[in-house]
Write a protein that binds this ligand. Structure first.
Ligand code: ADP
Length: 557
């Protein structure tokens, strides 16, 4: 049962530890996912800022534009307005229009350039050479798209990396390109005026935690912008996913993201540690409770076994003297025994068996009383010297008849304690009975009283069989008996010492034992001093004097 319980608790704990780690990982991953989506949002923002100035194109009917430009050399008004606005945007350096029939890659070719000073289009052959590259790309793409499917939009945008944006104007009716609006891009503005501020806005030091972004030019392996200058770009730190600007926009750039050990991860880790500590305590508590329950159950089991044994024993013990008394009484009442000597013998039998029975019943009553908390004490000042003197004088004959040498050492001061005299006698007689029962060849009993400033100690020592050390802690428990050969021969129920302990404690004292196998046993009863007497105070070292026993002492009276 214990093993099963332990297994269940350990299995539950292990499961919990795993799920706590899992939750932490999921939370961290979730947080990383959130940061990644934020980076994608940033890119959408960048794209929008580039496209927005030209978004009006979609609403313009482009077919007449070809005719208008060819005839006037200018953009029609509805287009011109948007172009003028775009020309004010610092992201764009220049705006050009190349009719489909003109190849800007050819030397000396003239295309339309937007004049920023008068907002007019004018034919020029002074245009940046990158126009040629952009237009080649744009033409190729436009041709593919116009040929491959039914193209539905009136324009087609193609970037030459970060250099040019080329918008093909499409005559949808004839499914052909009219010409290309080319916008040369200002790299510095795009990087430092647009992307870098957005990076800092989306991932400021306060909100980014440990997320670091780098705008990376992978072609030249160059970092163009970052939200955290303190962290150097390191490919090993970078998450596998990259955020791109689109299929052709800034094609050699992407945003690389690194999730460093950030404050959020630290927070999740702290939560994990906190949960693990709580779990640890719960685990220890459960194990403790389980062990406690287990040992309590074991104790209860041992107690009920001892109790069962005791009941069987006690029934026998009660029946035996009764049977003897019954038989002896019968013989006498039948008139079968008339001889005075035999009659006296029968009388003695009945008497001694009655005494045995009475002792037995007294013991049971004592246990029952202390179990139910009904043991009442009648405390009064008792002189331990006088108590011992009286007890020894009363029991001397009995003890010596059992073949024991008896010695008594009293304190030279007046050791007063506050206790119930009957209880003390009961204690002494239990311990004396044990000393007699558990001695074999070496038969000595010593009673002594020792005093110090705080307490009065009554020792009852014997030189008997002793109690093995391992039993000391249980010896005062109810029904506990040491299993050995002598015990088998001695009668007892394991109640005497529990009664002793109970009574000593009821009277404000405590009892301990010192015992060694085959050397002997001493039971020490300690009681608080009622009045610390002067002589005791002066005598730090207790001197014990041997006194003779006076039959006629004041205690006895
Ligand atoms: P009982 O004597 O009826 O068995 P007790 O409670 O008086 O019950 O004693 C419990 C056990 O302690 C005894 O069975 C015995 O093994 C041991 N014991 C008690 N007193 C002594 C002693 N003076 N010397 C050796 N063993 C003792």
């Amino acid at each position: 049962m214990l093993a099963l319980g332990l297994f269940a608790i350990i299995a539950l704990t292990v499961m919990n530890v795993f799920s706590l780690y899992d939750i932490r990982d999921r939370m961290t991953e979730g947080e990383e996912e959130r940061q990644f989506q934020l980076a994608e949002e940033l890119v959408r923002d960048v794209r929008q800022q580039i496209y927005t100035p030209f978004s009006g194109l979609r609403e313009i009917e482009l077919e007449p534009v070809e005719y208008f430009i060819n005839s006037s050399g200018q953009f029609p008004p509805q287009l011109k307005e948007g172009i003028i606005n775009a020309s004010k945007n610092p992201l764009f350096d220049g705006i050009y229009f190349t009719p489909e029939s003109i190849d800007p890659c050819q030397e000396g070719a003239s295309i339309y350039g937007f004049n920023y000073s008068n907002n007019e289009l004018e034919l020029t052959s002074e245009y940046p050479s990158i126009l040629c590259d952009g237009l080649v790309l744009a033409r190729t793409k436009a041709r593919i798209e116009l040929n491959s499917f039914n193209y539905r939009w009136n324009n087609n945008v193609e970037f030459d990396a970060h250099r040019t944006m080329n918008i093909g104007f499409i005559n949808l009716e004839e499914n052909r390109v009219i010409g290309y609006l080319t916008i040369t891009l200002n790299k510095d503005q795009i990087v430092n005026g647009l992307i870098s501020p957005l990076m800092n806005e989306y991932f400021s030091a306060d909100t980014a935690g440990g997320t670091v972004l780098w705008l990376h030019d992978w072609l030249n392996n160059e970092v163009l912008a970052t939200n955290n200058n303190a962290i150097e770009y390191d490919i090993d730190l970078v998450d596998q996913r990259r955020v791109r600007f689109g299929t052709s926009m800034f094609s050699e750039w992407n945003i690389k993201v690194a999730f460093l050990d950030n404050s959020i991860a630290t927070m999740y880790n702290a939560t994990l540690v906190k949960n693990l500590i709580i779990l640890g305590f719960a685990f220890l508590f459960l194990i403790g409770a389980l062990l406690f329950m287990f040992f309590t159950a074991q104790r209860e089991r041992a107690l009920s076994l001892r109790q069962a044994g005791f009941l069987a024993n006690v029934t026998h013990e009660l029946k035996t003297p009764l049977a003897v008394m019954q038989a002896a009484g019968e013989n006498i009442s039948d008139g079968r025994v008339t001889d005075p000597i035999r009659l006296q013998k029968y009388g003695d039998h009945i008497y001694s068996e009655a005494i045995r029975l009475k002792k037995m019943i007294d013991k049971l009553l004592d246990v029952a009383k202390s179990d139910s908390g009904q043991a009442l004490i009648n405390a009064a000042p008792v002189d331990a010297n006088e108590l011992l003197r009286f007890f020894v004088s009363e029991s001397r004959a009995y003890i010596e008849a059992k073949g024991f040498n008896l010695d008594l050492k009293l304190s030279d001061s007046r050791p007063l304690i506050m206790a119930d005299k009957d209880n003390l006698e009961n204690i002494l007689s239990n311990l004396t009975e044990n000393a007699i029962k558990y001695s074999s060849d070496n038969k000595n009993i010593l009673f002594s009283v020792v005093t110090n400033q705080k307490e009065i100690i009554i020792n009852i020592s014997d030189t008997g069989i002793g109690i093995p050390k391992k039993h000391h802690k249980n010896i005062f428990k109810k029904f506990y008996r040491v299993e050995d050969s002598l015990k088998a021969k001695t009668k007892g129920h394991g109640l005497g010492l529990s009664i002793v302990k109970n009574l000593v404690e009821l009277n404000g004292g405590d009892v301990t034992l010192k015992s060694e196998v085959n050397i002997g046993t001493t039971f020490k009863l300690r009681f608080p001093v009622l009045i610390p007497n002067e002589k005791t105070l002066n005598n730090q070292k207790n001197r014990i004097t041997s006194t003779s026993i006076t039959e006629n002492n004041e205690y006895a009276q």
